[in-house]
Design a binder for this molecule. Structure first.
Ligand code: CS2
Ligand code: MN
Length: 360
């Protein structure tokens, strides 16, 4: 297992790499070129500069999150092949710089959606929260504007301001796209990039939709274990895998995450581990990573991951905002570092138990 930390890069992420280096057990950074819009080919020299910057801090560039997929590909527009070519060019640039893990998502128009970016909790921390009724009460443009207004001046992944201007136009693209079509478009995309992934050994890790159900009437397909498995079987290449995000899958109160992990064994290339607290139907708020603070059994999740043979990159996911920190909502240093300390403890315990079990 390789413990990692997501970092948005200079100019975007207020957390210095030197601080990330001091979190016990962190070896890797999950980086990105945050300023490049979906559809722009990534230049190799930019990837190299990122890698060198991370390495100069004593860390490793362990993967990218995300290389975003252009809406033309998701909606299956005639110009999608051009955008797939651009995506392939980005993969080549990454492969040439020895980056072999790419996280992406296939959610139309939006990335993750929340109705509140700073919900106060009983302990005074603030967290991201979701309430379906609140989302149903606003139109997507208003939701986009609200997220921007509440983001504290930080650009949030998937909510880049240039997209706000185009929300209506983006919705139009999906008028004819139902879940089956969206899945076909995903399969078409994955098949097209696999030869390049094979050339460089790049593992693709699709991220589940968050929340794991349709929002704003847009189709969503990466919403649970069976659906992920269906996609993996349709493009049955070991490099075609998933990001196991416990918080996104766990937005559904009925998700059996250890069961999902067992069913996807061998195809989980990346893990995002965090807790979530269910507060009612269609409602949840994020929590500290600790099992006792939310609704997920983090011990059972880590154990299932270990027992599935998982040996890849893990990162904590969204954290609470605590101790007066000002940062990107969900992406503060303090609570994610606490999350890492806890996940390290769980991992060490299940690993040692596992070894003892095996040798007994
Ligand atoms: C999410 C997403 O996991 C997360 O932090 O908030 O932004 C995720 O990074 C993307 O959906 C992956 O493409
Ligand atoms: Mn995640």
């Amino acid at each position: 297992m390789k413990m990692c930390f997501r970092w948005f890069g200079p100019g975007f992420d207020p957390i210095p790499l030197a601080h990330i280096r001091q979190i016990p057990g962190v070896r890797g950074v999950i980086g990105t070129l945050y300023d490049l819009p979906a559809g722009a080919p990534w230049p190799r020299d930019r990837v190299r500069a990122l890698r060198e910057q991370v390495e100069a801090a004593g860390l490793e560039l362990s993967g990218i999150e995300s290389v975003n997929v252009h809406d033309a590909i998701k909606a299956g527009l005639p110009e999608r092949d051009r955008y797939i070519e651009a995506y392939i060019a980005s993969l080549k640039a990454l492969g040439e710089e020895d980056v072999d893990l790419v996280c992406y998502n296939f959610m139309p128009v939006f990335d993750w959606t929340r109705s509140d970016l700073a919900k106060p909790r009983e302990d005074g921390a603030t967290v991201l929260a979701y309430d379906q009724a609140a989302v149903d009460a606003v139109d997507p443009e208003a939701a986009f504007a609200a997220v921007e207004a509440a983001s504290g001046g930080f650009t949030l992944p998937g909510w880049e301001p240039e997209r706000l201007a185009r929300v209506r136009e983006l919705f139009e693209l999906y008028r004819e796209v139902d879940e089956e079509r969206l899945l076909e478009n995903l399969i078409y995309f994955a098949k097209a990039i696999m030869p390049t992934c094979a050339r460089y050994g790049i593992r693709m890790a699709i991220h589940p939709d968050d929340p794991a159900w349709p929002v704003f009437g847009l189709p969503r397909i990466v919403t649970g274990g069976e659906r992920m498995l269906r996609f993996l079987k349709a493009v049955d290449d070991p490099l075609n895998g998933v990001t196991l995000c416990s918080g996104s899958l766990g937005s559904r109160a009925d998700a059996d995450i250890p069961g999902i992990i067992a069913s996807l064994a061998g195809r989980i290339h990346f893990a995002h581990l965090r807790n979530v607290r269910h507060t009612g139907p269609g409602r949840f708020e994020e929590a500290a990573h600790l099992s006792g603070d939310g609704s997920l059994d983090m011990y059972a999740i880590v154990k299932a991951l270990y027992e599935s043979g998982f040996d890849g990159a893990i990162r904590p996911d969204h954290g609470r905002m605590i101790w007066g920190e000002r940062g990107m909502p969900g992406y503060g240093l303090y609570d994610r570092a606490l999350g890492i300390a806890y996940l390290n403890g769980l991992w060490e315990a299940v690993e040692k138990e596992g070894r003892n079990g095996r040798s007994a």
